[in-house]
Design a protein around this ligand. Sequence first.
Ligand SMILES: [Zn+2]
Length: 320
Amino acid sequence: MFFAKSNSDMEKYVQQKTLGGTIEFSGIALHTGKEASVRILPAEPDTGYRFRLSDVPGNPEVEASVHNIRDTLLATSLGFNGVSIKTVEHLLSGLAGSGVDNSLIEVSGQEIPILDGSAAPFVRGVEMVGLVEQGVPKKMMRILGEIEARENGSRAVLEPADRFSVSFTIDFAHPLIGRQEMEFDYSPEAFGREIAFARTFGFLKDVQGMVDKGLALGGSLENAVVLGDDRILNPGGLRSPDEFVRHKILDSIGDLSLLGIPIIGAYKGFKAGHRINRLLMQEVLARPEMWDLVLVADHDGQDRYREIDPVDSHPLSITL
Ligand SMILES: [Zn+2]
């Protein structure tokens, strides 16, 4: 709903985008170990991301929303009305990172195929079908003050900034990871170039424990970086020396998309994961005085927004 503004006013703002066609993938699901498939379709303005379970009677739908997070153990899983979809974060990261605002995602197998463990296949798929502008301005969430979540030595923060950026620090007591830090200034192009390729990773010593819990049943060297005590087991090695911290940035962009609206602000993660990102998003929703909703126009080449207009409605009147 955009109130008393003329069409020409609306056209100056950055518009919502959807896919120019349908993308399909199938393959093994990381956690169930079963075959799964996904069709990623265009959707109407203001849809956001919606999942539809195409192999469940009645084809129930689950909105990609922080309210629908059901589990954050090793992956982010969504659920609603008794149905669930596992491991949504790499797909959501690929869509959000590529600048897709609206998509309907049909899933068979109740988990997103893990593919190569990164978001690169999704980004390539989006590039193949292209994006189309939908003639409706894109609302964004502008962070006005610091919002923080902490737990057990992990921390995630959102701070005011004139564009979206993600910085991340990891510190693993493993000789091949150690401490890695990266600051990423978001743009769809930079996401495709610097973040999308980074694969999920795990430790060989943890594999049996995960399998005993019914997790990672589909995990293999085809879809994850696996670390032994002192070496990478994957024959091709790493895609970059800091692939690990890049993957954490990928995961965080996927998790943050569950706010349902792009952010103008700086996210900072310290040893953070899906669980702390969920706490951070709950904190965002609990503190509406720390953000507002805006329409944006005119970025410069650095994706800084020069012109920002508050949406002239009460922020809580949209569903988040
Ligand atoms: Zn991940």
